[in-house]
Design a protein around this ligand. Sequence first.
Ligand code: DAK
Length: 263
Amino acid sequence: MEFITYEQDGFVGVITINRPKALNALNSQVLDELNAALDEVDLETTRALILTGAGDKSFVAGADIGEMSTLTKAEGEAFGKKGNDVFRRLEVFPIPVIAAVNGFALGGGCEISMSCDIRICSENAVFGQPEVGLGITPGFGGTQRLARLVGAGMAKQMIYTARNIKADEAYRIGLVNAVYPQEELMAAAKKMASGIAAQAPIAVRNCKKAINDGLQVDMDKAIVIEEKLFGDCFETEDQKAGMGNFLEKDKEKKLKVVPFQNK
Ligand code: DAK
């Protein structure tokens, strides 16, 4: 792959969008390669993913404006679908995905970060949806995910005015969970991912599914989704070992509850 690197460190996989000359802007090839990288993730041995951008200036500066500038309506729609498909795939990927936002996260960059479960960023990060200034709407889910994350009023203000916001404001409005000095960002992302990976993997996957699916329906239906996924954890080795270790007061053993294929 030319623009995506994937490496695994223990139970944690790191996907890096590596097109720094264009500030990691998303063209069709990047989107195809990102999709291929997700195919490569071994779900038997990987429990959390980190998504980041190469360099210390930009996470992703948006969809590739050069490529988009000459698209016909049909091509624009196809490009939108390509992006939406891979973003949605990240959103419902079975394991948690942390966006480590290391700089500009504009347009498609802000949108791809919002497809991840959790966002943390560096102090130089800048978020925004500048599309209306380019004569288009956000096209990779920005109108939908931003409103769900920070509320309709704040999302509308950001999208209608095309105003970029800095890391401290992104933190204040709940768009990111934490802000770190650039040089500490990846270590913080890996620490968080390792903390997730140390938990019972079936339970973590079921929590992601319960939260995602539950947010799409009313509360009566949502708690049924939770009941089903809660029940699904029982009779797994993780559940037996996790509860057994607690009852035996064996804290050391409790930390070793790790196998995934244990139903
Ligand atoms: N696309 C292509 N190239 C980009 C780019 C982008 N989004 N952002 C930066 N680059 C390239 C620049 O052209 C430049 O290339 P060279 O001239 O060196 O060849 C290189 O990266 C370095 O950028 P700058 O020289 O501009 O660097 P600065 O530090 O001066 O400025 C900046 C950094 C991030 C403020 C600036 O580059 C900038 O404003 N970039 C554009 C940001 C932006 O507007 N992003 C949103 C793109 S719109 C849809 C599907 C998707 C979308 C919409 C609809 N459908 C199909 C419905 C999504 C839209 C977007 O994401």
